[in-house]
Design a protein around this ligand. Structure first.
Ligand code: HXC
Ligand code: NAP
Length: 294
């Protein structure tokens, strides 16, 4: 066994239908692939229907599963309502909403136009709100229970981060929504959880967060105590568990999967990692000498 292997038993998601926003690329596509392999039906949505149709064909061929591709810009509630309707028409019931779609780019905040800031807030926070509200209302009206909403956030949802302020602001809002609805809508049979990934290389994120030579300049693996970036299958394993019935008692949680990255940045004395092993004898002697004098 190793961390790149598939974790759950065969058919662990048989009979479930899962909607993955932004399911046609990057991490959304990786999670979609694994859900299909575990027997789920999957609805993939994004703005680009040509891309989604290609991914649908490739994944159906690869996994033998059922995929519905629906064009839907999550910023627009009417499009989200139409996506809910199309999903229900095709599969009857929807069991899981995975809010994965996002927009982001690095920029000093003072360079952003009001519209640039809004664009990220609209995709990440308003988009998650639109999908959550539309599916939540649908499930409540239909009196359907045993539903799961899984939100993809980031570790800077709680630490904040310079140079991605709209994204940090929006992800913090998504995390607050996750925890709030975990309590309020539990009575309707819904669970809400979030995953906070550390660095998982994808074209969408890397081209916008590390454009050009920044990719060589900043090796994100070096920021991680485990000294590597994440593998897509690791994230897919966690997501599959959190949308499955095996996690039925987990509600309102955010699970971090980052190799310890954010804690490394947070711990006040973590910078002492730079001290070579051979210096510790001398340092210890200096500290002990001080103690004996006072
Ligand atoms: C400053 C920018 C900009 C930039 C766009 N804008 N790019 N401002 N610096 N690099 C401004 C535009 O000038 C415009 O403002 C406004 O933002 C909207 O831009 P549009 O191009 O019209 O928007 P749109 O076509 O809707 O595209 C949205 C997008 C784009 C977010 C800008 O990058 C996109 O489609 N992204 C989707 C995928 C994505 O971002 N994936 C990465 C997720 S990674 P004005 O004022 O001129 O009208 C992620 C990682 C988290 O979330 C943490 C990792 C560790
Ligand atoms: P990605 O491939 O760029 O994924 C973003 C997806 O969102 C795309 O499929 C995109 O599809 C879709 N999207 C963007 N705007 C949309 C809109 N208005 N309406 C509907 N769909 C929209 O990047 P990724 O790295 O896989 O990111 C996936 C998730 O993981 C995001 O929530 C991101 O914040 C999170 N995350 C990623 C990392 C990482 O290291 N990769 C780390 C932490 C968190 P279209 O362009 O076709 O619309």
């Amino acid at each position: 066994m190793n961390f790149k292997e598939k974790m759950l038993r065969d058919n662990a998601l048989q009979g479930k239908t899962i909607v993955v926003t932004g399911g046609g690329s990057g991490l959304g596509k990786a999670m979609t692939t694994y859900f299909l392999e575990l027997g789920a039906n999957v609805v993939i949505t994004s703005r680009n229907i040509e891309k989604l149709e290609k991914v649908k064909a490739a994944l159906e061929e690869k996994t033998g599963g059922n995929v519905l591709a629906v064009q839907c810009d999550v910023r627009h509630y009417d499009q989200v309502e139409a996506m809910v309707k199309a999903s229900v028409e095709r599969f009857g019931t929807i069991d899981v909403l995975l809010n994965n779609a996002a927009g982001n780019f690095i920029s000093p905040t003072e360079r952003l136009s009001a519209n640039a800031f809004d664009t990220i807030i609209d995709i990440v926070l308003k988009g998650t709100k639109n999908c959550t509200l539309a599916f939540g209302k649908h499930w409540i009206k239909q009196k359907e229970t045993n539903k799961v909403v899984l939100n993809i956030v980031t570790t800077y949802a709680w630490t904040g981060s310079a140079y991605v302020v709209p994204s940090a602001t929006a992800k913090a809002g998504v995390l607050a929504m996750t925890r709030s609805l975990a309590v309020e809508w539990a009575k309707y049979g819904m669970r809400f959880n979030a995953i906070a990934p550390g660095p998982f290389p994808t074209k969408g994120a890397w081209d916008r967060l590390l454009p050009g030579e920044l990719k060589e300049k900043f090796d994100l693996a070096k920021k991680v105590p485990l000294k590597r970036v994440g593998e897509h299958q690791e994230l897919a394993n966690l997501a599959a568990y959190l949308v499955s019935d095996f996690s039925s008692y987990i509600n309102g949680e955010v699970i971090t999967i980052d190799g310890g990255e954010w804690l490394k940045g947070a711990g006040q004395m973590n910078l002492l990692e730079a001290i070579p092993e051979e210096m510790w004898d001398a340092l210890e002697a200096m500290i002990r000498a001080k103690k004996n004098k006072s």
